[in-house]
Design a protein around this ligand. Structure first.
Ligand code: NDP
Length: 448
């Protein structure tokens, strides 16, 4: 992936100068720019309107102190973030991540990607992301609650159902969303759909929990079908064992695939007979324990320390669903050598640029994150819609809408890749389709 267009290179230089210690953000911008060269050549009007310079600069970044007290009365201070990146096509929308690795570069890359992903869903949502360098692992429910309340004590000033609607991400699931929603309601004295991923008894949408993982499989199924393939009988690797991974595994199995491995940040399990998903759910969702437990409880399953090793298992399809840059060039080469034909991304930016180069060089099918994992935010958009209507759709209704959105996203990726002379490059198709809608909206609204 190399950018040749001088104008894009000059904007990228400015991005690098302004954000020198944020490699993930620079990586995300570079990837989008590689796809935009043919667009920029046709659309001088977007250059004249300054759209490219504006789209790489967040509209607003909020960084705040999050003090909290642990169960032993010891004081702690974490750093909270909300990056409101782009509101051209709708209120800011994007998840909140609680993980010790969180800093502004991570939140900015996620917020930037979110702009294009949300645009691809066709729903009216702008791009944002937030989080904190807080590690919920090993904390009691009360500690997590106090942290979430403290986080919201500051964040509530900047969000509302029509301004910015956060959701979950790594380390933020239904429990954390519930605590944050409760605190927002108390502070604002207002019940509104200000967060998505809520519990079903207080405004949550059916199928939201499953949506990113299911959506990934709906997208991948379309991509496979367009290339004469299917999930049926395929060996699949799913990295991670959190929300996205669990429901990607569930749908891939339903489609007839044999999912043989999952992981967490400590290591991975290999179960050649096929992952017992009920056991994974028990360990991860109910007991909140490590994936290692699986091998202790399931005869024949093997646990190996170190999460990168999962990519050395021979497979037909790889679904990375853990975190950014989890597949590097070396792992991509091993996947290809072992016969992997498809990589479709549940996690955000899980492939390094070198890995993506390998996918294209080896003729693998590549489903890029901002298209393949858009089912989560799409269903969040459906949750916002239900909250506004004071109404709930059935699981079948939400699932049918999700399926149709994912099918349309694949069609957009395919169509735009062909229109701009890069047939089969769904990354370029996704970037171009997502970009054009936002760029046209920004231009129409003037230089604000
Ligand atoms: P969860 O917190 O539920 O699960 C994350 C999983 O990934 C866990 O198994 C975790 O292991 C593993 N993981 C996290 N960090 C690392 C790391 N540095 N190295 C290796 N493994 C790691 O998060 P989600 O399932 O919600 O999110 C997973 C990915 O999907 C993220 O990239 C997220 O941005 C993306 N995504 C999520 C959406 C959603 O709706 N939730 C929507 C769209 C994208 P451990 O428990 O050891 O930390």
């Amino acid at each position: 992936m190399a950018i040749k267009n001088e104008y894009l290179l000059s904007v990228l230089e400015t991005v690098k100068k302004r954000n020198p210690s944020e490699p993930e953000f620079i990586q995300a911008v570079t990837e989008v720019f590689t796809s935009l060269e043919p667009v920029i050549e046709k659309r001088q009007d977007l250059i004249d309107a300054g759209v490219i310079e504006r789209i790489v600069e967040p509209e607003r970044q909020i960084i705040f102190r999050v003090p909290w007290t642990d169960d032993n009365g010891v004081q702690h201070v974490n750093r909270g973030f909300r990056v409101q990146f782009n509101s051209a096509i709708g209120p800011y929308k994007g998840g909140i991540r609680f993980h010790p690795s969180v800093y502004s570069g991570i939140i900015k890359f996620l917020g930037f990607e979110q702009i294009f992903k949300n645009s691809l869903t066709t729903l009216p949502m702008g791009g944002a992301k937030g989080g904190a360098d807080f590690d919920p692992k090993g904390k009691s429910d009360n500690e997590v609650m106090r942290f979430c309340q403290s986080f919201m004590n500051e964040l509530h000033k900047y969000i509302s159902a029509d301004i910015d609607v956060p959701a979950g991400d790594i380390g933020v699931g239904a429990r954390e969303v519930g605590y944050m929603f409760g605190q927002y309601k108390k502070l604002k004295n207002c019940w509104e759909g200000v967060l998505t991923g809520k519990g079903l008894t207080y405004g949550g949408s059916l199928v939201r929990k499953q949506a990113t993982g299911y959506g990934l499989c709906y997208f991948t199924k379309e991509m496979l079908a367009a290339n004469g393939m299917s999930f049926e009988g395929k060996t699949v690797l799913v990295s991670g064992s959190g929300n996205v991974a669990i429901y990607a595994c569930e749908k891939a199995k339903e489609y007839g695939a044999n999912v043989v491995a999952m992981s967490d940040s400590n290591g991975y399990i290999y179960d050649k007979d096929g992952i017992d998903l009920d056991l994974v759910k028990q360990i991860k969702e109910v007991e909140r324990k490590r994936i290692k437990e699986y091998a202790d409880r399931k005869p024949g399953a093997v646990y190996t320390e170190g999460c990168k090793g999962i990519w050395t298992i021979p497979c037909d399809i790889a679904l990375p669903c853990a975190t950014q840059n989890e597949i590097d060039g070396e792992s991509a080469l091993i996947l290809a050598k072992n016969g992997c034909k498809v990589v479709s991304e549940g996690a955000n930016m899980p492939s390094t640029p070198e890995a993506i180069d390998v996918y294209f060089a080896k003729g693998m099918l590549y489903g890029p994150a901002k298209a393949a994992n858009a089912g989560g935010v799409a269903t969040s958009g459906l949750e916002m819609c239900q909250n506004s209507m004071r109404y709930s759709w059935t699981a079948e209704e939400v699932d049918a809408k999700l399926k149709s959105i994912m099918k349309d996203i694949f069609t957009a990726c395919d169509t735009y890749s062909k229109e701009y002379g890069m047939e089969g490059n769904y990354m370029a198709g996704a970037n171009i389709a997502g970009f054009l809608k936002v760029a046209d909206a920004m231009k129409a609204q003037g230089a604000v």
